[in-house]
Design a binder for this molecule. Structure first.
Ligand code: DX5
Ligand code: ZN
Length: 224
């Protein structure tokens, strides 16, 4: 199965966000990863439904999926707002949800596809019961809150374990990995079983253009 790239706009130049998003879409990105942070669940504040709404027309025009990652407390309060803004996937952190089954159902009822994310120290067993109800499992390979961090090496074993869990479940669940993904470790992460790679600073940076960075990932993944 082809490994999809989900560029994270967290590392984009926000003074020209529309231009950067068009660039990454024209370079072949099928998903756009939108990192929402509230300054409570993580020590950083980013964006809200307003930006998802602003990006939706560009995403819709190119059939690109808005993959919204909620690193926030009390995500239930914002599911409808993000779904109305145009989020295709809404991913909540398992650590922020007391009633995760109800939250996942609420995301589906709001018309979006539910995802569940696990921080690096959170064991996979915490999602064993919810797995049959979700469309995406997100394994964080950095501690959430910032772009440009280093990939936590033990994540690879966790990704392979998640792959086995999903295969045993027998449902079409995307396995997304997020944090410290670079051209040099992309194939390792894909070979461990990831179907979606999130990359922020490896795609949006001053060293090379977005187009060159996306092409380097496709080459690393054998998808020239
Ligand atoms: C971190 C975010 C990630 C981040 C990835 O909390 O969830 O999506 O933007 O950035 P890089 O690829 O630079 O690690
Ligand atoms: Zn993210």
């Amino acid at each position: 199965m082809k490994t999809k790239l989900a560029p994270s706009i967290l590392s984009a130049d926000f003074s020209r966000l529309g231009e950067q998003v068009r660039e990454v879409i024209n370079a072949g990105a099928e998903w756009l990863h939108v990192d929402v942070m509230d300054g409570h669940f993580v020590p950083n504040i980013t964006i809200g439904p307003l930006v998802v709404k602003a990006l939706k027309p560009i995403a819709r025009e190119h059939n690109v999926l808005l993959d919204v990652h909620l690193m926030i407390e009390y995500p239930d309060r914002y599911i409808d707002a993000f779904a109305r803004a145009g989020a295709d996937i809404i991913t909540v952190q398992v650590e922020a949800c007391v009633h995760l089954h109800r939250t996942v159902q609420a995301i589906r009822d709001a018309g979006a596809r539910p995802g569940v994310a696990l921080n690096p120290a959170t064991p996979l067993v915490t999602v064993s019961e919810i797995l049959p109800y979700i469309d995406l499992l997100l394994v964080m390979s950095v501690n959430p809150g910032f772009g440009g961090q280093r990939y936590i090496p033990t994540s690879t074993r966790k990704i392979a374990q998640a792959r086995r869990m999903i295969d045993a479940c027998g449902q079409a669940i995307e396995l997304e990995v997020d944090g410290g993904i670079k051209v040099h470790n992309a194939r390792e992460v894909a070979n461990a079983g990831a179907t979606v790679l999130v990359a922020g600073s490896a795609i949006f940076n001053r060293e090379r253009s977005v187009t060159e960075n996306i092409a380097a990932f496709h080459q690393a993944l054998g998808q020239e």
